[in-house]
Design a protein. Structure first.
Length: 462
């Protein structure tokens, strides 16, 4: 399996080289040159497997340069850190299925990919005798998951940017209380989009990227998307066994388009997904795109679901590649137009194709609180605000002819203020969060300037 850039100037990479490159050197995002397709029998067989074996079977279709025994070992080690024996269990509540993706060490779906990616980086660096400085931006959960994925690992330093004062208190503490010598937290005076822009500019400086051996953990790294494909197959298998239904909806709260793009890849592979329901908060560039063909940047609004407080979705370019019939020149031109004008326009035929894959809904703060409250009243189950956005969209848009799985992207204890607004009390804290406010902290507040971040990294790089 070879990998190429959405913009066409980087081609023929192995999986290992694609992982190490992160962002393609031409500024695009890396994708496999073909998507493996599965028969209905293949899908049924995969749905019977335990999570680590399913992960191995999915990964093996995209990875041909890591020996099978080594790949299995990396996968098994990665999911030993999860507190639930199923890794990503599915529970039925109030007419929807909840895919619980929050049983990893930082209580968020990002752990599913980043526990694996951390082990993979360590494996590849040891194999190559190299070092890496990871640079990433987070809107909340990616940062802590990435930090926990590589803390204490050999030959890796990690530098994570988060928007100062714009993540939840627990999200901030999960990052800043990790004081391992290889972990550097930077609170940027700006938004997540500012941080993400800084990261892309740093990676776009190829001399700087090479000199400091930059590595990417954001969802620009293909290995993260691939790891997230697995739980779509897992959830489908569990719901198929319970209901006997052949088709399924997935409702995905998303801001950066990475999690739902993994579902799109699963659909292209042959998973019988009727529609992917794209759920956003008021930062709704993605739902406007699906519903109205309007992909235009607005102002970032602070919400109760801060991990989705994003206006520029970094993974959207991967979907554009397929929407534009895999034409890299057109993708490159579109991204240059978007950089200059802050908007993209789409032909009617393209909008029709989008509608074949996605439904979308914008869910505001009031609706988020109401959904947490009503769902809890009906079931006793506590949703985090991001998951509540997905549940609201699922109930509004999924047809009754097929079951719907809602991705529960974070534990409600990470967003205690929103939960308290909804049900009058904070959710119970898992053991991993007990006493987190009292732990030592380390963080540097920095201006939202690319040069300032590059200077800091240069001073602290391996």
């Amino acid at each position: 399996m070879r990998y190429h850039s959405t913009r066409g100037k980087v081609r023929g990479l192995s999986f290992k080289d694609a992982v190490m490159m992160g962002l393609a050197d031409d500024g695009g995002l890396l994708l496999p040159e073909s998507i493996p397709t599965l028969t209905p029998g293949d899908v049924e067989a995969l749905g019977q497997l335990a999570y680590p074996e399913l992960a191995f079977q999915v990964f093996s279709r995209f990875v041909d340069d890591i020996p099978a025994a080594n790949l299995k070992n990396l996968i098994e080690r990665s999911y030993q850190s999860f507190t639930h024996p199923e890794v990503t269990p599915v529970v039925h509540q109030d007419g929807v299925y909840i895919l619980e993706l929050f049983h990893g060490p930082t209580l968020a779906f990002k752990d599913v990919a980043l526990q694996f990616l951390g082990n993979l980086f360590e494996y590849l660096l040891k194999e190559r005798g190299e070092k890496m400085n990871i640079l990433g931006a987070t809107s909340g959960d990616t940062g802590s998951a990435a930090i926990y994925g590589v803390r204490g690992k050999q030959n890796i330093n990690i530098f994570i940017l988060h928007p100062h004062g714009r993540v939840s208190p627990i999200q901030e503490l999960q990052m800043t209380t990790v004081t391992d010598p290889n972990v550097f937290n930077l609170a940027v005076r700006g938004t997540f989009d500012d941080g993400q822009s800084i990261v892309k500019e740093a990676f776009g400086d190829l001399e700087f990227k090479s000199r400091y051996s930059l590595g990417a953990v954001n969802s620009i790294n293909w290995a993260r998307v691939l790891a997230q494909v697995v739980y779509y197959f897992y959830a489908y298998g569990r719901v198929r066994r319970e209901t006997g239904c052949r088709e399924i909806y997935f409702s995905v709260p998303t801001g950066n388009f990475g999690d739902i793009f993994a579902g799109y890849i699963a659909k292209r592979m042959g998973l019988p997904i009727r529609r992917l329901i794209l759920a956003t908060n008021e930062n709704n560039i993605l739902s406007r795109f699906v519903r109205d063909g309007d992909y235009s940047v607005g102002q970032v609004t602070e919400t109760l679901s801060p991990s989705m407080d994003i206006q520029v979705a970094s993974n959207f370019e991967r979907y554009l590649f397929y929407l534009y019939q895999q034409n890299p020149d057109r993708v490159a031109q579109a991204m240059e137009d978007f950089r200059k004008q802050g908007r993209l326009e789409f032909a009617d035929a393209e909008r029709a194709r989008v509608g074949e894959d996605f439904l979308a809904l914008t869910v505001n703060k009031t609706q988020t609180v109401e959904t947490i409250r009503d769902f809890h009243a009906a079931t006793g189950y506590v949703l985090d605000p991001h998951t509540a956005v997905g549940v609201k969209a699922a109930k509004a848009l999924a047809g009754g002819e097929a079951p719907v799985v809602c991705l529960a992207t974070a534990h409600p204890a990470k967003f205690a203020d929103a939960v308290r607004q909804a049900i009058g009390r904070e959710p119970q804290r898992p053991a991993s969060l007990e006493g987190i406010e009292d732990r030592p902290k380390r963080c540097e507040v920095i201006e939202a300037e690319t040069q300032a971040v590059k200077d800091y990294l240069a001073q602290n790089a391996l």
